[in-house]
Design a protein around this ligand. Structure first.
Ligand code: FRU
Length: 498
């Protein structure tokens, strides 16, 4: 049965979504049908297709009572719009259907596990949320919320856990048929923890253990966990709120953290060994992964930062986009990320320039555009070490987005100060790349309203949203001191939707 609230959302998106011209959206990054999008939810394989739900408020370009929007794809690149999957329409989720995950059940149905939010007054009269975990089951389009809801609530928390901050379940099924879920929680020290639950049917859950916790070191509340084995390690992803900066690794506010470790003594635990940021750019939050049929662990995230959501074009009809899905690997205790290989099927015109000497600003034939896949490799010329190197993209007389490398301190900087956002927000971010005697490889993916940089074959990634007008499509290179450069560029070519 489709509730009144869901019917209203579906009618609204069907009526107004198609009015947004395809050219006003990214060509291949997922966006909401209309209105607001935040976290990816339920990113999973269902009946051979990739489903991507998202936190959704169709009625404005602001966050509001959370619905689940719905997209699906066969290749992570072309997304088909499906009707909104859930609306806040039960007493246990009236204040929002918050983030969660999805899985294909053995009987062929699709199960969504999400956080239901209710709002009430606490003993001091203040409004506060109560968060519980809830289930909806459906056929890939329509979902029925279960009578058993909520399936996890305050009484299922370990001692000291908070039911005000208990959210974002990510579930999976082990080979023996047991379901597990990791869920974010706030502990008695005020900071985050990731709790592990198990179940035989995905409806009745029991607490197993705490996988890891912040101890106020990596931010406060830990949101949106994911936990999976990869390349002989176990990887825990989480998005902490209220982080304090740590060198150039972590910045203040909402961040993302990847913890890499081993199984504990009982085999299903987690012993943390390495901690790093997931993405070093300006816009990245709440990543979620799936496992493809050919065994790839693919991650997608909200390409946005909560602190800058107020900065958007006046009257925009959609707000929020997802990153390009990325293939993950672990090497030498580090998380590697590279664009899904499916992107290569959309490569069009190819331009290659080798051994180009760069010092004063150069523009090269065939190099421009806003929807492209470009790899720039640089090295010092002779024995002299250059002082800096810059790539400028999305450029015209007024605009530019700059990626700058400085070998003396090994920093890469993303600068979108002149990228079409007339707002006083953070526009630059610098981070340390591994020093390689001035050799550096940057793969830059542009898709109209964003730039994603993959450093040294995926050792690091950095994402940023830009709003530069599309006519600003020049690309140039410049160096302080002599640099030798190779550039390979493919246009990415898509037939526009009607
Ligand atoms: C993270 C988050 C989640 C929550 C959702 C609400 O961005 O705050 O913790 O479930 O967004 O929209």
């Amino acid at each position: 049965m489709i509730s009144e609230a869901l019917r209203k959302a579906r009618n609204f998106e069907a009526q107004y979504g198609p009015h947004i011209p395809a050219g006003e959206r990214p060509a291949f990054h997922a966006t909401p049908t209309i209105g607001w999008m935040n976290d990816p939810n339920g990113f999973s394989l269902y009946k051979g297709e990739y489903h991507l739900f998202y936190q959704y408020h169709p009625y404005s370009n602001e966050w509001g009572p959370m619905h689940w929007g719905h997209l699906k794809s066969r290749d992570f690149i072309r997304w088909e719009r499906l009707p909104a999957a859930m609306a806040p329409d039960k007493d246990y989720d009236m204040a929002g259907c918050f983030s969660g995950s999805a899985i294909e059940l053995p009987d062929g149905r699709q199960l969504l596990l999400y956080t239901g939010v209710q709002r009430g007054h606490n003993s001091e009269g203040f409004l506060q949320d109560i968060q519980t975990q809830c289930v909806a089951i459906g056929d890939g389009v329509d979902y029925e919320k279960c009578l058993e809801n909520p399936v996890l609530e305050g009484k299922d928390l370990p001692e000291g856990g908070s039911s005000i901050d208990f959210r974002d379940p990510k579930l999976w099924r082990e080979a023996d048929g047991t379901y597990y879920a990791v869920i974010g929680n706030r502990t008695e020290d005020g900071s985050g923890a990731i709790l592990l639950y198990r179940s035989d049917d995905a409806l009745q859950w029991e607490y197993v253990r705490t996988v890891d916790r912040s101890y106020n070191q990596y931010g406060r509340m830990w949101e949106c966990p994911d936990f999976f084995p990869l390349d002989g390690k176990r990887v825990l992803l989480t998005s902490p709120q209220e982080m304090t900066p740590l060198g150039l690794e972590f910045h203040a506010g909402n961040g993302t953290v990847c913890l890499i470790g081993d199984c504990g003594p009982e085999g299903r635990g987690f012993v943390r060994q390495f901690v790093q940021a997931i993405d070093y750019g300006l816009d990245f939050y709440a990543p979620q992964t799936l496992l493809t049929e050919d065994g790839r662990r693919v991650m997608v995230a909200w390409m946005q930062n909560w602190s800058t959501t107020g900065a958007k074009p006046y009257h925009c009809r959609w707000f929020g986009q997802m990153t390009l899905p990325r293939e993950l690997a672990v090497k030498d205790g580090r998380l590697y990320q590279n664009p899904v290989r499916e992107l290569e099927a959309y490569r069009g015109r190819h331009v290659m320039h080798r051994n180009i000497p760069v010092s004063a600003e150069v523009n090269l034939p065939g190099l421009q555009g806003r929807t492209l896949d470009m790899t720039v490799t640089i090295r010092p010329m002779g024995n002299e070490m250059y002082r800096w190197f810059r790539v400028r993209v999305a450029k015209d007389g007024e605009h530019e987005t700059i990626v700058r490398y400085r070998p003396s301190d090994g920093t890469l900087k993303i600068d979108r100060t002149r990228s079409g956002l007339p707002h006083d927000i953070v526009h630059t971010r610098s981070f340390l790349v591994r020093y390689r005697d001035g050799e550096l490889k940057l793969r830059i993916i542009l898709d109209r309203f964003s730039l994603e940089v993959f450093v040294n074959d995926g050792e690091q990634a950095a994402s940023a949203v830009i709003y530069t007008r599309q006519e600003a499509d020049a690309i140039s290179f410049e160096a302080g001191g002599p640099v030798l450069m190779d550039v390979e560029k493919y246009d990415l070519v898509f037939e526009e939707e009607e």
